[in-house]
Each structure stands twice: as structure tokens, then as C-alpha cells.
Design a binder for this molecule. Structure first.
Ligand code: UDP
Length: 412
């Protein structure tokens, strides 16, 4: 089903849409390209899947391209990802070669499109080196970093820096992630689409069907964490928190995950999770295909409390999704989760499985507080983290820079 801009009116109001139309009218004939490293799995794909069609509907010719790589490439980019989020990793000469050669090959394929674009947004480290191999560019290029680079492992950052510094600007999700760079840095929060399959309202019948399909008991409290199987998401820590809660209350836990084509570590982490969950029929480790948006939506709606116990998190769309469904979120006290979870208002920030267990028990004990925090969280997302706000920021950024450039040309 195609969702048009008009459909958002009932959620955000007409003036918000009118503003988007006005901004877009001031950017006639521009061409925009977004590039990342996977079409499914993870937050970036989730955003681009909805942002790109809406930009086109606003009359902005926008395309979304994905770089192609083999296993050694995605292994090195996963190491880079881990290193940028602070883990000590090594980047061997052959790994660096795989990174650069893959970017060079993709640049050859994508250059004709990129050379003609007015604005190019390169998402995350995987395709960051494209710029180096794409000469004669006409437009402005942005490096859009979605991960928590507040304390990168220096060797990895030093390696990436020369690729990043060639860009016209960078965009980060939080001020704390900003770096010492020679170009301007912008701040942009991610967003969710309230009308996508992942976030739209669902009929009770469908919720019941999902509940039955996974053997969930409707009479007992349910905890849900949705995440790729990645150690930074701390799924084993979630199991520990659940086990502590379980001593006092008959809770159930769902850990839903899938794989992302650019994440080769998922299988190993899944094994660790299965090992930790072994022997407890109330821990449901659910592996879903990448297009299971409605099922994930239903599981989030069936939850009493959503968990996102990450130890590093660029933003955490799963937190936003949980809040939008009116659920309090217990989130790791880190990165972008801190932009969304506020103690006693939208959920609780925690630093350990024990802390998470303590807050879960508190919420189970005070269902009224749980409900009120859920309501507050939903309104907080409506005000701050919906796709329409995100679109407005992209349009404003492009318009502002166009204007700036035009003035500069006139002065000269
Ligand atoms: N997601 C999904 N299936 C999964 C795991 C995650 O569809 O098995 C979605 C999730 O609902 C969210 C996104 O992938 O929309 C994850 O984004 P987030 O910012 O939370 O984390 P990232 O994976 O980008 O680190």
C-alpha cells in the first residue's frame, strides 16, 4: 500500500505538511542521492525506506542506492563499527585493502549518478570512502553518521578520518558525537514513520494471532526487546535482568531479532543468546525475516514494558517504536537512548541487569504509573521523532546550504 503525505495530516496536523510543501517548492529541480550498505535490517534502512518515497512525493528527485560488498568487506566494516563505538579492534592491511577496493568498485558503478546529484548523503562508515573515488563531483556531499562515535578507538577513527574530511559536512544524531573536523557538523535526530507497517495501529485480532503463534500467555506480564543480535544491544544482559525479575514474578521475555546483510557477527551472538536462554520456556528467542514489520509491531504492542538495554546506541529506533506504542522503555544509559528515555517520565535509564530488573519490578508493581509513562512517551515521540520532522530538517538543511552558496556566489 502506498502511503501519501496527506495521510499524515491526522497525526501531525495540516500546518506541518504545508510547511514541508513550501520548503520543497523552494528546491525546484534538485537531485538527491542517499547511499548506505543494506536495504534491510537496522535503523538506517528503516528510515530510508520511508524518507525516500516521501521526498519524491514532495517533488524532490531522490534515489537510494546500496553499496555491494563481499564477506571480507562486511567483516572489516563491522570491525570499524565496533571500533568507532569504542571497542579495541585491529584493521589489518588486507582488511583496509578490502574496504578501499570495495568502495572504489562501487564508486565506478555509482559515479555517473553521484556526479549529477546536487546533494549526496552517505550513511555510516561502510560507504564513507566512496567520495575519494568519485572525482568531478558537482553537488554537496554529507557524511551522515548514525553510530555513537563519542569515544572511538583512536586507530579506527584515524583511519577513517581522511575519508570523512573530504566531505562538505557531517551529520550526527547527538552533539556528544561531534568530532574535531575541518568541515561544518550538523545535528539531526532520526525518526520513525507512524504509518509504516512497523508502527501503524493493528487490529486486536492480529495481536491475538501473534500472541498465539509464539505461545505467549496473555495473563502474564511480557517484556520485549527487538534488536539485531549484536553485543552492543546486550541481549544476554536482558536475559539476566529477566531472570532476576522471574524470581519474584511470572514474567515472560521475548527477544526478537533478525540479521542485517551488512552484519556478519549476528550468528555468533545468537548462539550466545540461545545458550543463556536454554531451559527456560518463558524466554522466546524469535528470529524473523527482515520484512516482518507487522509481527514486530504486534510484539511491541503486546509488551507491557519494552527493553533496549544497549551499552552503546547511536539513537535506538526500537526505543522510539516502543514509546510510540505507549509503552515505557527501560533503556541502557547511553547515546541516543538518553534523548528518549527520561526517568519516571518515559521509562528508565539503567546501567546494569540489576538496575533493569529493579525498574521492571517497579513498573509491574505500579500499573498506573506504567500506563501514564506510556502515554507520555507516545506524545514525546509525536512532538520530536516522527518522519515529518526529519523530512523538514533535510529540506531545511539543503535549502539553507543552497541559499548560503548562492549568497557566496553573489558576493564573489
Ligand atoms: N529491526 C527489525 N527486525 C529485527 C531487528 C530490528 O525490523 O529483527 C528493526 C527495528 O524495528 C528498528 C531497526 O531495525 O526499526 C533497528 O534500528 P535501531 O536504531 O534500533 O538499531 P540499529 O540496528 O540501527 O543499530
Amino acid at each position: 500500500m502506498t502511503i501519501t503525505l496527506k495521510a499524515y495530516e491526522s497525526i501531525v496536523g495540516r500546518p506541518v505538511l504545508a510547511q514541508l510543501e513550501e520548503l520543497a517548492e523552494n528546491l525546484p529541480g534538485i537531485r538527491v542521492v542517499h547511499i548506505n550498505s543494506t536495504r534491510t535490517g537496522g535503523g538506517v534502512a528503516e528510515i530510508l525506506e520511508r524518507l525516500v518515497p516521501l521526498m519524491n512525493e514532495l517533488g524532490i528527485e531522490t534515489s537510494w542506492e546500496v553499496i555491494e560488498g563481499n564477506e571480507p568487506f562486511f567483516e572489516v566494516t563491522k570491525s570499524m563499527h565496533n571500533g568507532l563505538q569504542g571497542n579495541p579492534v585491529t584493521l589489518s592491511p588486507s582488511a583496509r585493502r578490502a574496504y578501499e577496493e570495495t568502495n572504489e568498485r562501487n564508486a565506478q558503478r555509482l559515479c555517473p549518478l553521484l556526479q549529477g546529484a546536487d546533494f549526496v548523503f552517505i550513511h555510516d562508515p561502510q560507504p564513507a570512502a566512496l567520495l575519494k573515488f568519485c572525482s568531478n563531483r558537482r553537488g554537496l556531499w554529507f557524511w551522515r553518521c548514525h553510530i555513537d562515535v563519542s569515544q572511538p578507538f583512536r586507530i579506527v577513527w584515524k583511519y577513517l578520518l581522511p575519508f570523512v574530511e573530504g566531505y562538505d559536512a557531517s551529520i550526527f544524531s547527538m552533539a556528544q558525537f561531534a568530532q574535531q573536523l575541518r568541515h561544518p557538523q550538523f545535528l539531526m535526530r532520526p525518526s520513525i514513520d507512524p504509518l509504516s507497517e512497523k508502527n501503524c495501529e493493528l487490529p486486536t485480532k492480529e495481536l491475538k494471532e501473534v500472541q498465539n503463534r509464539f505461545g505467549l500467555d496473555p495473563s502474564r506480564p511480557l517484556l520485549v526487546q527487538v534488536s539485531r543480535f549484536d553485543r552492543f544491544k546486550d541481549p544476554v544482559g536482558v536475559i539476566k535482568a529477566y531472570q532476576l525479575v522471574r524470581k519474584f514474578c511470572p514474567a515472560q521475555l521475548v527477544l526478537v531479532g533478525g540479521s542485517a546483510t551488512d552484519d556478519p557477527e549476528g550468528e555468533a551472538v545468537l548462539e550466545e543468546v540461545n545458550e543463556a536462554a536454554k531451559g527456560d520456556p518463558d524466554i522466546h528467542v524469535i528470529l524473523l525475516p527482515s520484512d516482518s514489520h507487522r509481527t514486530i509491531n504486534a510484539l511491541q504492542r503486546l509488551a507491557d514494558v519494552i527493553l533496549q538495554k544497549s551499552t552503546k546506541e547511536g539513537f535506538g529506533l526500537t526505543v522510539t517504536e516502543g514509546l510510540w506504542k505507549g509503552k515505557p522503555v527501560i533503556g541502557g544509559n547511553t547515546g541516543g537512548i538518553r534523548l528518549q528515555v527520561f526517568d519516571y517520565h518515559t521509562g528508565f535509564l539503567v546501567d546494569s541487569p540489576e538496575g533493569a530488573a529493579h525498574r521492571i519490578r517497579f513498573l509491574f508493581q505500579y500499573p498506573d504509573k506504567l500506563r501514564r509513562m506510556g502515554e507520555k512517551g507516545k506524545e514525546f515521540v509525536r512532538e520530536n521523532f516522527l518522519l515529518t520532522r526529519h523530512l523538514r530538517e533535510y529540506l531545511t538543511l539543503m535549502l539553507g546550504l543552497r541559499q548560503g552558496l548562492a549568497d557566496h556566489l553573489i558576493v564573489e
